[in-house]
Design a protein around this ligand. Structure first.
Ligand code: AHR
Length: 503
């Protein structure tokens, strides 16, 4: 099988917003406790944060982390997490049937985020609470001094405001599982009024309104239309969430799901256009895809805890999906989709970061390691910074229910002007055939190949573990030479390639 692709430096889709390599940490499971925070761990720093996890998160170069939820935020009192730790209340977390000790709150999380070099993207509770608590939280976090909440923050040990720019107006408010679920009109109104109040404090904030929890929701896409009609003038982004499963062990269908995600993005983009036109607005709303990942491996084992059969455990091991090689291939395809849609998707958060459906796993008191999905995420996060390029690609395709044209070769390209590098991210979805990929470069000066890394030749079910942390990790790819502005590469079945070329 042969595929031809042309990469032209001048065919720019958009500059990739580095925040598409964002992530998410929720107060749930072992994301916080024994994930990022474990004072008794041998690697813990003075604040009790695990040093081994800090190093792994830094390796991913995550520009922004969404916090504190997720479903958790919809019944969260942020004030429970401030002040002396010994006076903080233990609360029942209704979203995940757990106890929350509140030993980590906004001060501690902000310190951690600073240590790993990430900005915070904070969510306010529009489930059990509303506008008033949102504005108090904002004042606590962002006001310098001279007001009740800002002076309380200073009293609690943080002199300077954190200056958080991006705020989520609640979480998945369409979901029947959400504490304080709302209809689109109810949510649209409260989101608009909350946005108005937050903007009265600081007109330069970036506000994210909740879209549907997934494209499978019965109210999708009517929800988006109604919510945007209420909020268009007051917000900057609409959120999308999507998780991917492979219960039927069908690799071809599984790997084609990135096309379902692209269609979801297109539908929301069209809905934004519709409301924009209806309002005769010149303002552009963008997409914040602030939850995405594979999530299904742990479903069975989580049932007991989530149904309450175990009482109210603190930091139980839930949503601990152990990712295999197949998952890494889909994650690589999904990232390619975000790069191709970088004109409309400006934020995307891999859900989540540590232990809970995460690229990083830990053992309490023990090791921290990289899951399979860590690797395609890391390579793209480090190298897909610059202009996303529109490829002219002709790949043979296969069909699934939602798309008659799933290309075997899934590819994206990003040109980094500062470093003068062209970065190619390639997946072969074919289960049995190698594909000979001939890539022609146009408008580049004297390209040479500076890196080639692959994930290839693994059993689809292979995983990493504390015992075998490096079973799946990038290997050096074959040496490639450019001949007459072209390279030819043999892409093995079910493999991933990162190729960097330098001018
Ligand atoms: O990421 C896990 C959960 O998935 C989040 O809490 C919720 O927003 C989504 O349903």
């Amino acid at each position: 099988m042969e595929v031809l692709v042309t990469v032209n430096k001048n065919s720019v889709i958009s500059e990739v917003d580095k925040r598409i390599f964002g992530s998410f940490i929720e107060h749930m499971g072992r994301a916080i406790y024994s994930g990022i925070y474990e004072p008794e761990h041998p690697s813990a720093n003075q604040e009790g944060f695990r040093g081994d996890v800090i190093e792994l998160v830094k390796e991913l170069q995550v520009p922004v982390v969404r916090y504190p939820g997720g479903n958790f935020v919809s019944a969260y009192n942020w004030e429970d997490g401030i002040g002396p730790k010994e006076q903080r209340p233990t609360r029942l977390d209704l979203a995940w049937h757990s106890s929350e000790s509140n030993q980590i709150g906004i001060h501690e999380f902000a310190d951690w985020a600073e240590t790993v070099g990430s900005d915070m993207m904070l969510a306010v509770n529009l489930g059990s609470r509303g506008l008033s608590d949102a504005r108090n939280f904002l004042e606590y976090v962002n006001h310098p001094q001279g007001s009740y909440w800002s002076d309380l923050r200073r009293k609690n040990g943080r002199e300077q405001p954190w200056g958080v720019k991006t705020w989520c107006l609640g979480n998945e408010m369409d979901g029947p599982w959400q504490i304080g679920q709302k209809t689109a009109d109810e949510y649209g109104r409260i989101a608009y009024e909350t946005a108005k109040a937050m903007r009265a404090f600081d007109r330069n904030l970036e506000l994210v309104v909740c879209g549907s929890s997934s494209p499978d929701m019965p109210t999708f896409p009517e929800w988006e239309k109604t919510v945007l009609e209420h909020t268009y003038d007051a917000v900057d982004y609409i959120s999308l969430h999507m998780y991917f499963k492979n219960h039927e062990s069908n690799t071809a269908r599984f790997l084609a799901q990135s096309l379902r995600m692209e269609r979801y993005i297109d539908t929301v983009a069209s809905t934004i256009d519709y409301v924009k036109a209806k309002k005769h607005s010149s303002k552009q709303i963008y997409i914040s895809f602030d939850e995405w990942n594979v999530w299904y491996h742990s479903e069975e084992q989580d049932k007991k805890i989530l149904s309450g059969q175990e009482g109210w455990p603190h930091a139980p091991a839930i949503l601990e999906d152990v990712y295999n090689f197949e998952d890494a291939l889909l994650v690589a395809c999904l990232i390619n989709s975000f790069i191709r849609k970088s004109d409309i998707v400006k934020i995307a958060c891999l859900a989540q970061l540590v232990n809970v459906i995460a690229p990083i796993m830990t053992e309490e008191g023990g090791a921290a390691w990289r899951q399979t999905i860590f690797h395609p995420f890391k390579l793209a996060s480090l190298h897909a910074r610059g202009n996303a390029l529109q490829l002219d690609i002709h790949s043979p395709c296969y069909a699934v229910e939602w798309a008659s044209d799933v290309p075997y070769i899934d590819m994206s390209a990003v040109y980094n002007e500062e470093e003068k590098t062209l970065n190619l991210f390639i997946v072969n979805r074919h289960e049995s055939e190698s594909i000979s990929l001939r890539t022609e470069f146009q408008q580049f000066q004297n390209l040479h190949v500076s890196a080639h890394q692959t994930l290839s030749g693994h059993d689809l079910q292979n995983c990493n573990s504390s015992q075998f942390p490096d079973r799946i990790r990038p290997d050096k790819g074959e040496a490639l030479v450019i001949d007459n502005q072209q390279i030819e590469i043999s892409v093995a079945p079910l493999s991933y390639h990162f190729i960097q070329l330098k001018e």
